[in-house]
Ligand binder design. Structure first.
Ligand code: PMP
Ligand code: GLN
Length: 389
């Protein structure tokens, strides 16, 4: 038979995260690639999920999420970000990935222009295009990766319907400043468009930084979809519990997309996430403190081994500057060779661009035990030796 598949998906490779984790398993490598913590996540939150599985209910929860979790999310964002929300503004989704897909499918009509910042998380561009959107890219430059008014002026137009902001940013590991948020909010108001804000890393910020949601800026509550993920808040990335937060009008249309993407999300996990969000917020400080320590351990290990790194203000990630570290191979070739010959997996930053340009940067995940980080550094040093030989 002739397979008439959708050309967009048929033409896509497997994601870089799956590719590198697969190669890491195959070669028994230290996996500093795909972003997930090495820990199992908090005992009490996992116990709450186990108990909820035993106690039930285990049948379909309400389509928009359990009342307990929607309330817990509204309360959480009221406490930690000063947002005034009602549970009716929350939809629980199968991870942030589904939330992004629902937002793109529900809010984009064919031909609408969508402003995207590169580097960008890998699901945005294919899903925007599948929804009929026309990407208008702004390419951010390391090491600051700053959004400027000039860049925004070049891409925003009366055809712009959506802009997608990711802060804290994966893979750049920067947090948008107040000035950047204001520039973007100004464009959204002037061009009457909606901001889809991927804030999955909102609580993983370091050195006293504070994450400000774009939604909190004047006039933005009515034109923002804020997306979050329990995977990052509780170090439980495999749970795939996420959510959207938006005005009642936007929520109504997102719900129509969500009802046919997944309809609902596992009730035991929703119960456990609600439990976790209602715990004292001190657990978040502890998490930030622990990850910042791991970041510093990896950064100093790399420095001692002669690698040059970029700063990391948030997320689980730290980028290595290959050129400045004495590696001449391109980022993708370095990662593919390093996993094979030196037993260490990393992610080439070129994977976060539409055209996959050589960036000379590789992303490392530091959400790991000390021994793993130390072994990762040794193996990266071995990779560099083998590749410059
Ligand atoms: N957006 C960004 C920026 C991410 O880094 C990730 C995963 N790390 C996601 C979305 C997907 O989140 P989830 O696993 O909740 O679908
Ligand atoms: N967001 C994770 C990362 O950046 C990966 C998630 C996935 O594998 N889809 O590494």
């Amino acid at each position: 038979m002739t397979l008439h598949a959708n050309p967009l998906f048929a033409g896509l490779p497997t994601t870089i995260f799956e590719l590198m984790s697969g190669l890491a398993r195959q070669h028994g490598a230290v996996n500093l690639g795909q972003g997930f913590p090495e820990s199992e996540g908090p005992d009490d939150v996992r116990a709450a999920a186990a108990q909820a599985t035993l106690d039930g209910p285990n049948q379909y929860p309400p389509m928009l999420g359990t009342p307990a979790l929607r309330q817990a999310l509204a309360d959480h964002y009221g406490r930690v970000q000063g947002l005034t929300l009602t549970p009716e503004q929350v939809i629980v989704t199968a991870g942030a990935t589904e939330a992004l897909a629902a937002a793109f499918l529900a809010l984009i009509s064919p031909g609408d222009e969508v402003v995207l910042f590169q580097p960008l998380y890998d699901s945005y561009e294919p899903m925007v295009r599948r929804a009929g959107g026309v990407p208008r890219f702004v390419t951010l430059q390391p090491p600051e990766w700053r959004i400027t008014g000039e860049a925004l002026d070049r891409v925003f137009s009366p055809k712009t319907r959506l802009v997608v902001l990711n802060t804290p940013h994966n893979p750049a590991a920067v947090v948008s400043s107040k000035a950047e948020l204001e520039l973007l909010a100004d464009c959204c108001r002037r061009f009457d468009c909606i901001a889809v804000c991927d804030e999955v890393w909102e609580h993983v910020v370091f050195d006293g930084r504070v994450h400000t949601p774009l939604m909190a800026l004047p006039g933005m509550a009515e034109r923002t979809v804020k997306i979050g993920s329990a995977g990052k808040i509780f170090s439980l990335t495999g749970w795939k519990v996420g959510w959207t937060i938006s005005s009642p009008e936007i929520t109504a249309v997102l719900a129509r997309a969500h009802q046919f993407l997944t309809f609902t999300v596992a009730p035991n996990l929703q119960a456990a996430v609600a439990y976790g969000l209602n715990r004292p917020d001190g657990a978040l400080d502890e998490m930030r403190h622990d990850f910042a320590r791991s970041r510093d351990r990896l950064a100093s290990g790399l420095k001692d081994a002669g690698f040059v790194t970029l700063p990391s203000a948030g997320t689980y990630f730290l980028n290595v500057d290959l050129r400045a570290s004495g590696v001449t191979l391109d980022d993708r070739s370095f990662c593919l060779r390093a996993v094979e010959v030196a037993g260490v997996a990393a992610i080439p930053v070129s994977a976060f661009y539409e055209e996959a340009p050589e960036t000379g940067l590789v992303r490392l995940c530091f959400a790991k035990r000390d021994e793993t980080l130390d072994r990762g550094v040794e193996r990266l040093a071995r990779a560099r030796r083998l590749m410059s030989a």
